[in-house]
Structure formats: C-alpha cells, structure tokens
Write a protein that binds this ligand. Structure first.
Ligand SMILES: NC(=O)c1ccc[n+]([C@@H]2O[C@H](COP(=O)([O-])OP(=O)(O)OC[C@H]3O[C@@H](n4cnc5c(N)ncnc54)[C@H](OP(=O)(O)O)[C@@H]3O)[C@@H](O)[C@H]2O)c1
Length: 267
C-alpha cells in the first residue's frame, strides 16, 4: 500500500501508544481520524501532527458503546471517507483477583478491547471491499499469547483479538483486504504499563512505543502479517508453551510475571 494520501482511523489516540502510531502514519502522509474519549488528549495529538505538517481530525467517542458504532462508522465515512486503514489500538486493563471483579468491569474490558474492534471492522469491511482497498491492524499483546495472572480478562480479550485476526487474515486472503495483528510486550516511556510505575522483569525488558509504531508501518507496507514487538526473542518460549503449559507456567513464574502483576492490583 502506498501510504501517502490514505486515510486511517486510529483508536486510543488521546494518550499512550496511540499518538505514536498516529504521528508515524501522519509522517508518511496518512490523514488521521483520531478517536478516544478524552478530547483534550486528542487535541494535543492533533496539534502535534499538524505542527509537523500532517493532517488530523479528532472524534471524542466511547468505543464501549457497541450499539453506536454502526452510525459512528457511517458518519466518519461520510465526513472523511473513504477509510483505507483501521488501527484498533484502544484498550484497557484491570489488575485484580478475578473473583473480585464486577460484572461491569468485565463487560467494559471485553467491549473496549474485543467487541469494538470486531464491530468497527464489521461496519467498515463492506465499504473497504467496495473500494478494493483496506488494511485492518489490531494491537493485541503478548498477554494474548500467554495468560497473565491477575489480568485474566485483559488476556482473554487479547487472545480473542489475536485468534479473530488469525481467522480473518485467512478468510480475506484472496481479497484486496489485509488483516494484521501486532503483539507488543511491555512498553517503555508511555502507555498502561509505563503508567503503572513498576519495573519490567529483567529477563523480559521493555520496547519503545516508537518500535510498535514502526511495526505498524511495516505491516502496512508488507500486507497481512503478525508482528511480535519485544526486547528479546520470545517466539521460542511461546513455541515451548504450545508443547507444555506446565513448563511455560514455570518459565513465566521464573521471569517474575505473576509477582509483578500482583504488585499492580489496585487496593
Ligand atoms: N503499554 C503497554 O505496555 C502495552 C503492551 C502490550 C499491548 N498494549 C496495547 O496497546 C494499546 C494501547 O495501550 P496504551 O498502553 O497506550 O494504553 P493507555 O495509555 O491506557 O491508552 C489507552 C487508549 O485507549 C483509549 N480508550 C480506552 N477506553 C476507551 C473507550 N471506551 N473508548 C475510546 N477510547 C478508549 C484511551 O483514551 P480515553 O481514555 O481518552 O478514551 C487511550 O487513548 C492497547 O490495546 C494495549 O492493550 C500496550
């Protein structure tokens, strides 16, 4: 895909990773439709993009309102369309013992992280197919590859996002639509892990948000793909996990992941 002149919806652009992705796309000449709830954060992102010569429009919207997404897409298409790229980046997590979570928190995590990407894509795909151009990129997480204790609903949402992307990529293989999924590990400098103010396990380390933004650009140029962004090689460990869940649990404990998650439980 030649990126200059394309239009992308990027969700979760009021803070964290989203602004990095939006700015990287804008620097390649992509027009941005930035979406999140916090208008102040969105306007900051938009201003930074415009100051660098890019194009950005903002929409304040709560993506957990699944029934409203159909008309949201219709309005965005009318105002800014055609839309060539959808980056499903918005996400939330909640560290807690599973049995302490309320029904509403579980609904909120699943709606924001999984149902909204599905619904945005369902509404956009017929229009993209009609235009014979479209790339959907889902920002999942390594937490969707190996479950994270005390963040189990987040893990479930990201595993769902990964497996849905996997199926969709195969389903649309012979169409003009590309489907990609990016799996970051812990991120430095910005985002939900950084905001938690805990140190990443030494054996896992962190990656920069710029590295994830680069992976998004790489996916757009390459076409349908899955990219893991992590400071060290993690694929062999994930492969091992497919052979023995027990061994993978032990390695995860050795890396200090459950202990770290326990520290992040809010009182
Ligand atoms: N940071 C990491 O270490 C890390 C690692 C792996 C994967 N990821 C993934 O990367 C993505 C971005 O995470 P992040 O670290 O940037 O998190 P973040 O700093 O907490 O930002 C989350 C973004 O999502 C938006 N959002 C949340 N709920 C929303 C809703 N209901 N409607 C609309 N927008 C909503 C937030 O905006 P508003 O609050 O203004 O709505 C914000 O812009 C997520 O999908 C996350 O799972 C992050």
């Amino acid at each position: 895909m030649n990126l200059a002149g394309k239009t992308a919806i990027v969700t979760g652009t009021s803070r964290g990773l989203g602004p990095y992705i939006a700015k990287a796309l804008a620097s390649k000449g992509v027009k941005i439709v930035a979406l999140a709830r916090d208008l102040k954060g969105l306007e900051k992102t938009s201003l930074e993009i415009k100051q660098s010569g890019g194009n950005c429009n903002v929409i304040s919207f709560d993506l957990s309102q699944i029934d409203e997404l159909d008309s949201l897409v219709k309005n965005i298409w009318e105002d800014y369309g055609p839309i060539d790229i959808l980056i499903n980046n918005a996400g939330i997590e909640n560290y807690q013992h599973f049995d302490h979570l309320s029904k509403d928190i579980i609904t909120d995590i699943i709606s924001t992280n999984l149902r909204s990407p599905l619904e945005l894509s369902r509404c956009l795909l017929p229009r993209m197919i009609n235009e014979k151009s479209g790339h959907i990129i889902n920002i999942a997480s390594l937490a969707g590859k190996k479950g994270v204790a005390y963040n189990s609903v987040y893990s479930a949402s990201k595993a769902g996002l990964l497996m849905w992307s996997d199926a969709l990529r195969q389903e649309y293989k012979d169409s003009p639509i590309d489907i990609s999924v990016i799996c970051p590990g812990f991120l430095s400098d910005a985002g939900m892990f950084y905001d938690g103010k805990v140190e990443a396990p030494k054996l896992l380390g962190t990656s920069s948000p710029q590295k994830v933004a680069k992976a998004v650009i790489k996916a757009l140029k390459k076409g349908s793909c899955e990219i893991i962004v992590n400071s060290g090689p993690i694929r062999p460990l994930l492969a091992l996990g497919q052979l023995s869940w027990n061994l993978a649990d032990k390695i995860t404990r050795l890396f200090g992941v459950p202990a770290l998650s326990r520290k992040r439980i809010s009182s």
